[in-house]
Design a protein around this ligand. Sequence first.
Ligand code: FMN
Length: 260
Amino acid sequence: MKRLSAFYFSGTGNTRYIATLLCKKLSAAYETALCDVAQNADFSEQIRGADLILIAFPIYGSSPPIPIRAFVKKYAAALKGKSIAIAETQYFFSGDGAASMGRTLEKLGAKVVAAEHFNMPNNLADCKIFSVKNGEEIQRKLARADKRAEKFAAAILKGKQKRRGFHALPHAVGYYCQRKYWRKLEADKRSRLRVDQSRCVGCRLCEKSCPVSNLTVRAGKAEPQGKCVLCYRCVNLCPRKAISLIGKEPPAVQYRGPNA
Ligand SMILES: Cc1cc2nc3c(=O)[nH]c(=O)nc-3n(C[C@H](O)[C@H](O)[C@H](O)COP(=O)(O)O)c2cc1C
């Protein structure tokens, strides 16, 4: 049987949900391995032995997140010549989110055989213009994403090239509407995660769940270390709603993931 290695980064669970779903749907033709790139592991063997590689990530300002970019950079030589499918999750818009990573991979000599965007619930919880909606809204989005995953997996299995956003217009829109400004904002915000010390009770949930060990509890209070990757896991998990990043204040409603 052919082998599929799926590599994903997921802040709040949406991308893990999609990567898991795609692995399930592709398991008819592939033996699958699901790998979280935030795990401190050597993935060389999973790349070398794969007939197809799935790379899945959430979009941040039409850009792939830092941990996925770091993964691709680290394994650039191993990815050369590989067939790759890209699954990008977003709230509603990225222009060329999947293709922006696709172009990087193609420059490395990989072959992007498929790329798709999946609209998922919003996790940017402290940003007032995008409110978090839980309950039925999540179920509606998941039902639509499930259908899209079904079609995407079927196209891959049939060997159809389905490459979302690999055109000049989405490229221009993704770049000029977001990516051009995003990288500067990203660099700035990395060191600006805020913990409201009057609310923090030092429960360590943020420390334990941060994918890059950016939070450390000292003297009963969580302190950011300046290396945030903007995944919003801590903002959405904090039981005291003490953490904020892009918004001015911690969120009124938190996003607890697709399986909450
Ligand atoms: C910092 C940040 C920036 C985001 N930028 C966008 C965006 O440009 N377009 C969009 O549609 N969604 C955007 N989102 C929403 C997420 O991409 C979306 O909710 C994604 O499915 C979250 O995946 P995860 O649960 O695997 O982390 C952003 C979220 C965050 C945290």
